[in-house]
Ligand binder design. Structure first.
Ligand code: FAD
Length: 366
């Protein structure tokens, strides 16, 4: 039986550990704290390839493939645990408040429709007929009916449970570096000990490049802070996700509403900032005036793992037996099922999907 050590128990490490275990490997997942409690549980949970991609290409292809996997992937987690992950086929309305935003939305919809995706530009009246809580001040909205959402605060605990049930060993330990012998990864060095394994995967989010033996160093996946706020209006809004260039408003099925998020290059500082709370609140109320008066119940910030081209880093590392799965940046929740499948196939069978070649770490070396 192949033994695999996965460093990092965020959504990327958890999903991969589960997939590897289902594929027959003996898996140890190392996290220095409770799994999933960094960016993965802090995320908005948009499953939004069409909102995120700016052009056709491998990034859009990966996001679309993963979006297509979501319903079955979540259904299996829910069936195994008997709990809900709140996967909602909500669609997104991306509103335009002036002519420039309207033209941008039109151009955006045009290229997406040219590649066969549904992205109609709606008039203000059409958009408000679909979602009456959208601001009356909009000039129109791009409708992305196939972009959806999941609640990471529910999803992540299901993944942890499924890993435990499947027999993944969850080890609370801080990895220091990759253990190497004769050009081959042979395990992970933790404080005072070594976890030996045939294959080693680095999936430590924005800390991935800090491990001794990881290639490229900190540039492998730098931290980018994102802050969200949570509101609870008296009357539920949605079900669509509402947005505009400055904010996204995500209605959860239990009546909570999230608004986010910021994108800040401030190192590893996760302190939520009052100025972000104020800016997010004002922007959310502008898109959805029904949020006027709804109190901010909670705010938090976490770190997205970012490579300089904003693409994930997937595939083999510089040593035999060393693998990388990081830098999922703004789309780690969305990309988790695909990332886990491609990586697991490569590690267990040697099958290298063309997307893995596109996302290899070597592109960051120059
Ligand atoms: C505010 C915000 C909103 C977001 N919204 C969305 C969204 O709407 N849709 C979407 O798809 N994505 C979203 N994201 C992005 C998504 O959350 C991330 O891409 C994803 O969570 C990254 O997962 P990860 O497992 O790589 O990293 P993490 O969740 O950061 O997990 C890394 C894990 O590695 C562990 N670790 C680190 N170093 C070590 C070590 N040396 N030894 C042992 N363990 C270690 C940490 O403890 C941590 O548990 C958002 C992110 C933020 C911050």
């Amino acid at each position: 039986m192949t033994t695999v050590a996965v460093v990092g128990g965020g959504i990327i490490g958890l999903s991969l550990a589960l997939e590897l275990r289902r594929g027959g490997a003996e898996v140890t997942l190392l996290d220095r704290s409770e799994p999933g409690q960094q960016a993965s549980v802090a995320a908005g949970g948009l499953l939004a390839p069409q909102l995120e991609a700016t052009e056709p290409g491998p990034f859009l292809d990966a996001c679309l493939r993963s979006r297509a996997m979501y319903p079955r992937w979540v259904a299996q987690l829910e069936a195994e645990t008997g709990e809900r992950a709140s996967y909602l086929e909500s669609g997104i309305l991306h509103a335009a408040f002036d002519e420039a935003e309207l033209h941008a939305a039109e151009a955006w919809g045009a290229w997406q429709q040219a590649v066969g995706l549904r992205a109609p530009l709606l008039s203000a009246a059409e958009a408000r007929a679909l979602c009456p809580t959208l601001s009356p001040k909009i000039l129109g909205a791009l409708h992305l009916p196939d972009d959806h959402q999941v609640d990471p605060q529910r999803l992540v605990p299901l993944l942890v449970q499924c890993c435990q049930k499947a027999g993944v060993t969850l080890l609370r330990a801080e990895a220091r570096g990759i253990a190497e012998r004769a050009g081959r990864a042979i395990g992970v060095d933790v404080i005072g000990a070594r976890v030996t394994a045939d294959q080693v995967v680095v999936a430590a989010g924005p800390w991935s490049g800090l491990l001794e033996g990881a290639p490229v160093g900190p540039a492998l996946a730098a931290p980018v802070r994102g802050q969200l706020i949570e509101l609870r209006p008296e009357t539920p809004i949605g079900p669509q996700v509402l947005g505009c260039p400055s904010v996204y408003v995500i209605p959860r099925e239990d009546g909570r509403v999230l608004a986010g998020s910021t994108k800040e290059h401030v190192g590893f500082d996760t302190t939520p900032q009052a100025y972000n709370t104020e800016a997010l609140l004002a922007a959310a109320r502008r898109v959805c005036p029904a949020l006027e008066g709804a109190p901010v119940q909670r705010t938090w910030a976490a770190l997205r793992p970012w490579a300089r081209d904003a693409m994930p880093v997937l595939g083999p590392g510089p040593l035999e037996g060393l693998w990388l799965s990081t830098a999922h940046f703004r789309n780690g929740i969305l990309l988790a099922p695909l990332s886990a499948r491609l990586m697991s196939d490569a590690i267990l069978t040697g099958a290298q999907d063309p997307l893995l070649r596109r996302f290899r770490y070597e592109r960051l070396c120059s």
